[in-house]
Design a protein around this ligand. Structure first.
Ligand code: MRU
Length: 349
């Protein structure tokens, strides 16, 4: 497994996902602004990975402040929190990780500034390490749903590079594969930014998984031909009732799956569940630049003056979701009860 990011002496090195699949290169970030830019430009992307990068962003922000008085230091650190929180609105993991970092900063406010910096680094490393363990547990829970010889369809990229290193939806496939099951994957290319073609297809092939790339508009037809046994996708935010925000196009895949009687599974860590939102309508949906639609690989493909709507995510109503897989187990509707148990640290019944 490739490490999505690594901390090295005051610097966060992260795989620049915009360069894949042609180049596997790490970008070095030494300033909070560089992390914020990396999140905004999708050099680092995928809900858990954004959260981890955000946590390290706070660490870098803390190193840029030269105050030695705790209160002044902490109030200056707020600017780093604000900058990072303003990068991308949909994936709740970012805000979850920033909350953890803020809590640690507050709890160590009586210590020296140097000690607060160390505590922040420890917490960021802990978030990263926990994510590795969570993904493996989630993979094992989800692998129970897969049988030898199955074919899975996935949308966008919810693999190792979208987390600390194993993935959520793809982690389920890797875990099944490690159990000796042969799993084949249809990967949607995922317009407009092609995470499926550039990242999912590449990562699955790196890990020896049989992969078939299709364009997004082929998914329903492929299902109708009986080629798909189940769909597994990741999530950016799950509301209390089980409505799921994920990459734009996921909703259409879920509708097509239901129409063909194909199970639609979502794999996401508990940190992606936002129990404060009763339903998905309240999930903030990021809108991105028109150029992502009007250009392809730097070439203009639409008229200069055309109006564009570019939502980066959609919300799949829970009625289309067969089950949600987390590190705590596999939940089926009604989701709120399972989410409450998971939040309380219990495993599902
Ligand atoms: O815009 P992106 O590439 O960050 O969108 C990512 C997704 O939608 C993923 O499916 C989601 O974050 C889950 S990643 C484990």
């Amino acid at each position: 497994m490739i490490e999505t990011m690594r901390w090295k002496e005051g610097c966060l090195e992260l795989v620049d996902q915009t360069r894949l699949p042609s180049k596997l290169v790490y970008k070095s970030c030494r300033k909070v602004d560089e992390i914020a830019e990396a999140i905004e430009s999708l050099r680092v992307r995928g809900a858990p990975a954004i959260g981890i990068a955000g946590a390290f962003g706070v660490v870098l922000g803390a190193h840029e402040i030269h105050e030695t008085r705790q209160e002044a230091f902490l109030s200056a650190l707020e600017k780093s929190f604000e900058r990072l929180a303003a990068t991308r609105p949909t994936a709740v993991n970012l805000f979850w990780a920033l909350d953890r970092m803020r809590r640690v900063a507050g709890e160590s406010r009586k210590e020296s500034v140097e000690a607060i910096r160390s505590r922040l680094l420890e917490e960021a490393l802990r978030i990263q390490q926990e994510d590795k363990e969570i993904c493996r547990k989630m993979g094992l829970n989800g692998a129970e749903l897969l049988e030898d010889g199955m074919t899975v369809l996935t949308h966008c990229h919810a693999g190792g590079l979208a987390t600390a290193d194993f993935g959520t939806a793809l982690g389920v496939i890797y875990a099944a594969q490690q159990q000796g099951k042969r799993i084949r994957v249809f990967a949607d290319e995922t317009r407009p930014l092609l995470q499926g073609a550039r990242l999912t297809a590449w990562e699955l092939m790196q890990n020896g998984v049989e992969t078939i790339l299709i364009s997004d508009n082929m998914a329903a037809w492929v299902m109708s031909r009986g080629k798909i046994d189940c769909v597994i996708v990741g999530a950016d935010r799950v509301a209390r009732n089980g409505d799921v925000a994920n990459k734009i196009g996921t909703y259409g895949v879920a509708i097509a799956a239901k129409a063909h009687g194909i199970p639609f599974y979502v794999a996401a860590p508990v940190s992606t569940i936002d129990r404060s939102l009763p339903h998905g309508e309240e999930i903030p949906i990021e809108e991105r630049s028109p150029e992502e639609i009007t250009s392809l690989a730097g070439t203009r493909i639409a008229p200069e003056s055309v109006r564009v709507y570019n939502p980066a995510f959609d919300v799949t109503p829970h009625a289309y979701v067969t089950a949600i897989i987390s590190e705590k187990g596999v939940a089926r509707a009604p989701y709120a009860e399972a989410f409450d148990r998971w939040a309380a640290g219990e495993s599902p019944a």
